[in-house]
Write a protein that binds this ligand. Structure first.
Ligand code: NA7
Length: 537
């Protein structure tokens, strides 16, 4: 493969956007994608009911006015097939495919200190090299599977939600077990329940959810947004989560019970995730969080007829929002159907898989299919899969053994000319991914253009900057309730993973200001060298 200015790993939302921007800025860039299709998580998560819980108009690129005007979304919340179609349209519309190599899994990346370049090794031994390496590997993209005794013995079919097969799967007349009740499990349950003979949901942790209030988008809504799309974009960019919601002004307990009830009701029925910002302290103050959590438990409970099932579905291990809540379409109502059961595996754990199903400490469930909707090795999982070796051959895995350390999520000391989109230390996973991604990619494009103009050959995060940023990430999270729960934000989802809070919880708006400040201060926190460190006299 020829030498490029920039190699980008991953052709999901971030990789496509990076290619578009760098090419436009005059760089010779190439994307390497492991799969035989572009789309990242939207290529892999093809399970029934898969949908984004950010609204379509906001879960779309803002870099092209023409694209914004041309593309017509069909529903308020876009489905996986529609997002995948959109990403493919973008790839064609902007002629991106000529610089995307599919079936190219990067297994190793080695930094050459003399030449200040990266050499990548692919799964089939092919090599590729470049000055800069940009990792666009996703935050929730390395699937995690349980390891129950006898799993291999099961004679039915096992499917991982995040590696959903491309072929048609017919659940008609089948008994389906779904393990996991995050967004994936909650989205697929009501859809599969309409087809299968029986669905059993194996729940370890009950989760908070707000109804999506999804609906087809009308031509009128489409016209109204497109008449002034920029205003909507400005609103999302200037909101803390990139979703366009501004937190309410008064605190939760400053208002009367009646006023709060009314505000919660309104937000609950209309805003999806925006419910969390009804009041500014819901994720900051224990008492405020308790009140919001109680409201949600009551509303979720009203959707379930059977009192015993209702009780089991109520989250008790954590407060609302301290783990990723979901935005669901008919999840709780699904348990009112005769063919849907709940197996509480916290109370009665799974003991083993058998040839014909799953045995818990209470009973045996005969099954034809088991679906693992068991989540991801979040934020660092995909980044640590390839062997990435920086200065002195030290690997990223070694460097991050006690938890990831970055400057603003964008890079890490000892790994020059390596940039990360959506890295740990960035706000991406706590925000509308589109907004954070575009923000980071635009910033990186300016950075690389500046380096080119200034004749810089090597850029590297300084140790001081990354230490200061990690302290800042920790300070910000300590103002919140996020550490009161075990979650994929803080390594709680994988046994043995360092238990540190990884995303930046200071919000997208503030993060944007910090990025702008960094650029204005000549990229303070990054060492810029026109002669690589290794070759300096
Ligand atoms: P999540 O939100 O990480 O949910 C994973 C679910 O799987 C959660 O309910 C877990 O229970 C459960 N889980 C994980 N491992 C096991 C084992 N071993 N046994 C039983 N249950 C298990 O992943 P999703 O794919 O649903 O959603 C990920 C994100 O994608 C979502 O937030 C959106 O951003 C899109 P636990 O809570 O750990 O007890």
């Amino acid at each position: 493969m020829e030498y490029r200015d920039v190699l980008i790993v991953g052709a999901g939302i971030a990789g496509l956007r990076t290619l578009y921007s760098l090419r436009k800025a005059g760089f010779d860039a190439q994307v390497l994608e492991a799969s035989d299709e572009i789309g990242g998580v939207w290529n892999h998560n093809r399970y029934p009911g898969a949908r984004c819980d950010v609204e379509s108009f906001d879960y779309s690129y803002s870099f092209s006015k023409e694209l914004e005007q041309e593309w017509v979304w069909s529903e308020r919340y876009p489905t996986q097939p529609e997002i995948l179609r959109y990403l493919n349209h973008v790839a064609d519309r902007f002629d991106l495919r000529r610089d995307i190599t599919i079936n190219a899994r990067v297994e190793a990346a080695d930094y050459n200190e003399e030449s200040a370049t990266w050499t990548l090794t692919l799964h089939d031994g092919r090599k590729a090299s470049s000055r800069y390496l940009v990792l666009c590997l996703g935050q929730l993209s390395a699937p995690k599977m349980p390891n129950y005794p006898g799993q291999d013995r099961f004679k039915g079919e096992t499917i991982v939600s995040a590696m959903w097969p491309r072929r048609e799967i017919d659940f008609t007349g089948k008994r389906v077990g779904i393990i996991g009740t995050g967004s994936s499990g909650m989205q697929m349950t009501p859809v599969i329940a309409q087809i299968a003979e029986r669905v059993t949901v194996f729940q370890r942790t009950a989760n908070f959810s707000v109804p999506a209030a999804n609906a087809p988008l009308t031509e009128e809504e489409d016209r109204a947004v497109k008449a002034d799309y920029e205003a909507r974009r400005e609103m999302t960019r200037n909101s803390p989560t990139g979703l366009g919601f501004q937190p309410g002004k008064k605190k939760t307990l400053e208002v009367s019970d009646e006023e709060r009830e009314e505000a919660f009701e309104k937000a609950y029925h209309r805003l999806g995730f925006g419910f969390a910002l009804t009041y500014p302290d819901i994720l900051l103050d224990k008492d405020a969080n308790r009140v919001a959590s109680d409201f949600l438990r009551r509303k979720m409970g009203e959707r379930v007829e059977d009192p015993e099932v209702r009780e089991k579905l109520m989250p008790v291990t954590h407060g609302f929002g301290t783990r990723r809540p979901t935005v669901d379409s008919g999840y709780f109502e699904a348990f009112n159907r005769d063919n849907v059961d709940l197996a509480d595996i916290r109370e009665h754990p799974i003991e083993a898989f058998t040839e014909t199903g799953i045995r818990t400490s209470q009973k045996h469930y005969p099954l034809d299919f088991v679906i693992f909707a068991t989540g991801f090795d979040a934020l660092t999982g995909a980044l640590l899969k390839p062997r990435i070796a920086g200065r002195g051959g030290v690997t990223l895995k070694e460097k991050w053994a006690a938890g990831p350390i970055t400057n603003m999520g964008l890079g890490t000391a000892g790994f020059p000319n390596l940039l990360i989109v959506g890295g740990p230390g960035s706000p991406t996973v706590l925000s509308n991914v589109m907004v954070s991604t575009e923000l980071q990619v635009d910033w990186m494009t300016e950075l690389l253009s500046h380096l080119r103009d200034a004749g810089v050959r090597e850029i590297e995060v300084t140790r001081e900057a990354e230490a200061a940023w990690n302290r800042h990430v920790a300070e910000r999270v300590n103002e919140t309730l996020y550490m009161t729960a075990q979650s994929f934000y803080n390594g709680g989802e994988v046994e043995g993973k360092p238990k540190v809070f990884m995303p930046y919880s200071g919000g997208v708006r503030h993060y944007r200001r910090l990025l702008e400040q960094c650029a204005a201060d000549d990229y303070v926190g990054f060492a810029l060298r026109s002669t690589p460190l290794a070759t300096q006299p």
